[in-house]
Design a protein around this ligand. Sequence first.
Ligand code: FMN
Ligand code: SF4
Length: 438
Amino acid sequence: MTTPRPETLAKLTPVLTKRWLSPDAWRIGTYEQLDGYAALRKALKAHPDDLIQLIKDSGLRGRGGAGFPTGLKWGFIPQGDGKPHYLVVNADEGEPGTCKDLPLMTHDPHALVEGVIIASYAIRAARAYIYIRGEAVHAARRLRNAVQEAYDKGYLGRNILRSGYDLELVVHSGAGAYICGEETALLDSLEGFRGQPRLRPPFPATHGLYASPTVVNNVGTIASVPPIVLGGADWWKTMGTEKSSGPMIYSLSGRINNPGQYECSMGVTLRDLLELAGGMQPGHNLKFWTPGGSSTPLLAAEHLDVPLDFEGVAAAGSILGTTATQIFSDQDCPVYATYRWLEFYHHESCGKCTPCREGNYWMVRVYRRILAGQGTHEDLDTLLDTCDNILGRSFCGLGDGATSSVTSSLKYFKQDYLDYIEGRTAPKLSDKQLVGAH
Ligand SMILES: Cc1cc2nc3c(=O)[nH]c(=O)nc-3n(C[C@H](O)[C@H](O)[C@H](O)COP(=O)(O)O)c2cc1C
Ligand code: SF4
């Protein structure tokens, strides 16, 4: 196991994670002792428009995957329209490999609650929702407890801190479907319908929850708001790169010695992150990795020094996504890993549009055939052709994301496919698992 050098350790920038290791970090007493709710007091003295401007100036971009500028999104909410406004926090976190929002809500739920109050005040919402993944029982319990503590202390409810501002905050547990992380499917689910994406436009900024102006933001985005209010936009921009400001929680999993969450300035490289995580496990060499979850194209060992910010990863042909860095070694098979991800997308496809519903179904079958040693060279063309018919033709990002590991693994690791097809690699699946593969 490698020990990180002091200069690499210095790349850790704990802002959202800074309280995680404090005793009882999830309790309001601990939170208040460690700067908690100081940002709210400051924010309630400011004009809401000034808060929106502050977030614009900080350059904060959404932490839910797409990196949309947060201040700009808040600014889209029409003011003086006489309609109720809503803030909805997306705490669904269903992307394979992604593990930053649930630990945040488990260890430091008040950071999210405080962010919710400030963001709701800025967009003039009187009601906010946190939509949390149903299976995340422990995190939901901590969050509900934190919300109750905040009500008891007068941070939520009527006339918050005697400012005249009222806010109700509801924690809603979903039933556990990846598609309900897509923001419009989430809104349908929250309204009590089956979670399926809505046609856009109109966008949630004008026709969101209950057809009213709504901001949907990721947990990490909203939890970034209190530190920005306290530290200021210029301080926030001392971390990260010009277009990707601030710190980011990178969740590392796979063939490394110390998996977990590492918060660093955006633009850190996988080389640094691997050093922080104690290096690769003994006997394993890096072969492929995802920069931001299973829906981002795979990168290879040659990409160790790519800056992990929105622009740097895009220039390398992938997507920063949720910064879920899954590490695979030369003892892992990219064909099999891609098959397992496709099984997930096939299972989670909501079925609303044909390219995703049918394409994933068929691709799973082609993979089974290849992994059972019965694939053909033509199958590789079929996979690329199917991806071509899914990418950009699906109704939502789930379909697009499903193609990422297929096309990228064929780009970097075609030989691994050929080894199955030409009989050099022993089949990984048996004939029994081949049902429906022909
Ligand atoms: C299939 C699918 C699943 C998604 N899951 C999540 C999720 O679990 N959490 C999340 O914040 N965003 C998720 N998103 C992105 C959201 O649609 C939306 O962009 C995000 O919540 C906006 O928040 P942000 O601007 O703070 O990043 C998902 C998108 C797709 C297409
Ligand atoms: S892309 Fe997939 S998940 Fe999205 S609407 Fe179409 S079928 Fe549903």
